[in-house]
Design a protein around this ligand. Structure first.
Ligand SMILES: Nc1ncnc2c1ncn2[C@@H]1O[C@H](COP(=O)(O)OP(=O)(O)OP(=O)(O)O)[C@@H](O)[C@H]1O
Length: 330
């Protein structure tokens, strides 16, 4: 488990203070995969640097399994850093080292005996599916394979947390999915806690149990995927489950409703039940149905008859667990 409490980072730029992190608090339980998304300048890189203790936060704490990593002595810093394994956008491998030598590097740095290094490296290469590439050099590996080496290297210290900073941003869609599948498999096998910093919503959809939106150095929205996707007033719902951009324009003056809901409700005949019970036509203006993790989610934009009883219909839908926003009539 990682617990971030009221983390602040203020940089000095000349006489000006730049508040890069403005009271970030976050708790990710053991074995969960949490995504952190945000636009450029939101504070993602600063958060990564503070979590990996490369940068000292101005205030606030970071704790792994209840043990505080911030404010440790210089002597303890190295051990504290080992609790968090780091995966970067580019694997940053040594070109002159083979796969196994790259993975061995962090263990050599701390003087691990050679036989222990050999068995640990073999175990990790097996885990990431690269045993047959142990003697290959980075130039002989694909981008996805290089990222697997980076992941194996991040696991050499048996970290409690795997912190992945834009891990798939340099990869094509197929390789992205393979790496995300690997991250999920590692979580399942090692029960490791994973934090993924990303600007790709696909990553969140594919692999995350929960997500936070970072903006202006603050977490402005956070929660389990199911909660944020069906929170009609949140910013993440429409980003995770956008309607097609070329949705047909509404015609007439009938009210327009946006519906967000999950698998359980998706199996109910929502549209026909509204039409039947409330005696209105229901025109589907746009729709998006997606599988996120194990669940199916739907986002529908409907137009009703001008004289439809909107309040009663909204009540009916919300009592069935569907989040509804009335977009007004056009
Ligand atoms: N060393 C620094 N000195 C001064 N200001 C900084 C420093 N590092 C970051 N900042 C500022 O802090 C804010 C957050 O920057 P940060 O790099 O963390 O954002 P980001 O979300 O990672 O953006 P990107 O996705 O573009 O990398 C920005 O306003 C940035 O200018």
């Amino acid at each position: 488990m990682i617990t971030v409490s009221d983390l602040r980072k203020v940089y000095q730029q000349g006489s000006k203070d730049v508040v890069a992190l403005d009271g970030v608090s976050l708790e990710v339980p053991t074995g969960k995969i949490h995504g952190i998304v945000g636009h450029s300048g939101a504070g993602k890189s600063t958060l990564v640097r503070c979590l990996t203790l490369l940068d000292q936060p101005t205030s606030g704490t970071v704790a792994v399994n209840g043990k505080e990593l911030t404010n440790v002595s210089a002597a303890e810093l190295r051990n504290a850093r080992r609790r968090i394994g780091m995966v970067f956008q580019h694997a940053n491998l040594f070109d002159s080292r083979t796969t196994e030598q790259n993975v061995a590097y962090p263990l050599e740095l701390v003087g691990t005996p050679k036989d222990q290094i050999a068995s640990k490296v073999a175990e990790l290469l097996e885990l990431v599916g690269l045993s047959q590439f142990a003697k290959a050099y980075p130039s002989q590996l694909s981008g996805g394979q290089r990222q697997r080496v980076g992941i194996a290297r991040a696991l050499t210290t048996d970290p409690d947390i795997l912190l992945c900073d834009e891990p798939t941003s340099a990869l094509d869609p197929k390789t992205t999915d393979e790496i995300l599948d690997l991250v999920k498999e590692l979580r399942n096998r090692l029960n490791i806690t994973v934090l993924i910093i990303t600007h790709e919503m696909h990553v969140v959809k594919q692999v995350c149990d929960s997500v936070s939106l970072l903006a202006g150095g603050k977490i402005v929205e956070t929660g389990e995927i199911e909660t944020v996707v069906t929170n009609a007033s949140g910013r993440l719902a429409s980003t995770l489950l956008p309607l097609p951009g070329d949705a047909p324009r509404a015609e007439g003056s009938g009210p327009i409703l946006d519906l967000l809901y999950t698998g359980q409700q998706a199996t109910e005949p929502v549209i026909s039940s509204v039409a039947r019970q409330f005696n209105t036509d229901v025109n589907v203006l746009a729709g998006s149905v997606e599988q996120l993790g194990e669940q199916q989610y739907a986002h529908l934009r409907l137009q009703l008859n001008a004289d439809a009883d909107v309040d009663a219909i909204v009540n009916h839908l919300t009592s069935n667990g569907i989040a509804v926003t009335v977009k007004g009539a056009k």
